[in-house]
Design a protein around this ligand. Structure first.
Ligand SMILES: *[C@@H]1O[C@H](CO)[C@@H](O)[C@H](O)[C@H]1NC(C)=O
Ligand SMILES: *[C@@H]1O[C@H](CO)[C@@H](O)[C@H](O)[C@H]1NC(C)=O
Length: 326
């Protein structure tokens, strides 16, 4: 009898281990807190009626997030530089159902033109009378060796990826404070968690985002300002085509392949909506093996730098991983 019971317990433990390994590891496309929140936390449907302003909404993750939030009835201000693309995104947002024409406002502007930020914000608040969520999502990537990058590219990349978000957030913050709170989401990257070879200025910019927005949270959370830093891994978007290199004015121009192992923008947007609804402070949104690399770098930094990188993550291997090619 005892032997039967023991076998039963062993088999159950094994099954539990196998299933949780699948769920926690093989199929995981986000960090554990995020996946937990998706299953057992608040649904993004609770965001209905809020007003969100998304920058970089004309393509990629920003576009997908607009559709995701529109589905739940979140009113939207959409920004980007290409007006015809924004109009197409608006049409698709309205097709999701809950929103009326008046609920989606287009605010096209160049995010690196800081002098326009106040004016654009006035437009948003003038229309909706309030703003609840700011999603700082615009950004560009980079492929270039450390020593080939010119300072001009460093400045441009920080302008787009960091200072534009910081400036816009400063413009919006007083409104959040007087309005009893608000939520800032910013698009960092798993490159905000460790050194991604062949993109020093990009990685630097993402680490800078972590720093700036961590400070925002520590200073203002008690005053009702929630901050979510999203760190996506490889996602399908045209970000590679418009990617910086080391030379001013040059773009990388390589297209992603369909066979690349990347997450879809729609799945990324789903998880970002969960992060917003549950006020998660930092979320990692990525398929394996990039997700595990994030865990290793965060929780075993010395082993990661001294053992894993030299043995398993040569710059060539890293380059393949980030394009989603094994
Ligand atoms: C957000 O960050 C991810 C990871 O770096 C990137 O793939 C994505 O294109 C970014 N989104 C935008 C709009 O830049
Ligand atoms: C901030 O997050 C908390 C939960 O942590 C939530 O109760 C509150 O409503 C959020 N505030 C805003 C403005 O989203």
């Amino acid at each position: 009898m005892d032997a039967v019971l023991m076998w039963f317990i062993c088999v159950c433990t094994l099954l539990f281990a196998v299933f949780s390994f699948r769920w926690f590891y093989v199929d995981a496309d986000g960090d554990l807190t995020l996946l937990w929140a998706e299953r057992y936390g608040r649904s993004p449907a609770e965001l209905r009626g809020k007003v969100a302003w998304i920058t970089g909404a004309s393509s990629g993750i920003g576009e997908a997030l607009a559709y995701e939030l529109a589905k739940y009835g979140v009113k939207l201000a959409l920004s980007g530089t290409k007006v015809d693309r924004l109009e197409a995104v608006k049409t698709e947002c309205l097709a999701q159902g809950p929103l009326k024409d008046d609920d989606v406002l287009l605010v096209p502007f160049d995010i690196t033109d800081f002098s326009k930020h106040s004016e654009c914000f006035e437009k948003v608040v003038g229309h909706f009378k309030k703003l609840d969520i700011l999603v700082n999502n615009a950004g560009r990537s980079q492929r270039a060796r450390f020593d080939e990058i010119t300072t001009e590219v460093d400045y441009q990349l920080f302008g787009t990826n960091v200072f534009s978000h910081v400036s816009l957030t400063r413009v919006v913050l007083p409104h959040f404070l007087s309005n009893g709170g608000g939520h800032v989401m910013v698009n960092s990257s798993i490159a905000g968690k460790y050194g991604l070879p062949n993109s020093a200025s990009y990685t630097g910019s993402k680490h800078a985002i972590q720093g700036y927005f961590e400070c925002l949270r520590t200073e203002f959370e008690a005053k009702g300002v929630n901050v979510t830093v999203a760190c996506p891994g490889p996602v399908f978007s045209n970000v590679i085509e418009r990617c910086f290199t080391g030379t001013p004015g040059e773009v990388f121009g390589e297209k992603q392949k369909e066979t690349d192992k990347r997450m879809s923008t729609s799945r990324c947007a789903q998880l970002m909506a969960v992060a917003l609804a549950n006020n998660l402070d930092e979320v990692w949104i990525s398929l394996q093996p990039s997700l595990s690399i994030c865990y290793l770098s965060q929780y075993m930094p010395t082993v990661f730098r001294r053992v894993i990188i030299p043995r398993f993550l040569t710059p060539q291997k890293f380059a393949k991983l980030r394009e989603g090619r094994n």
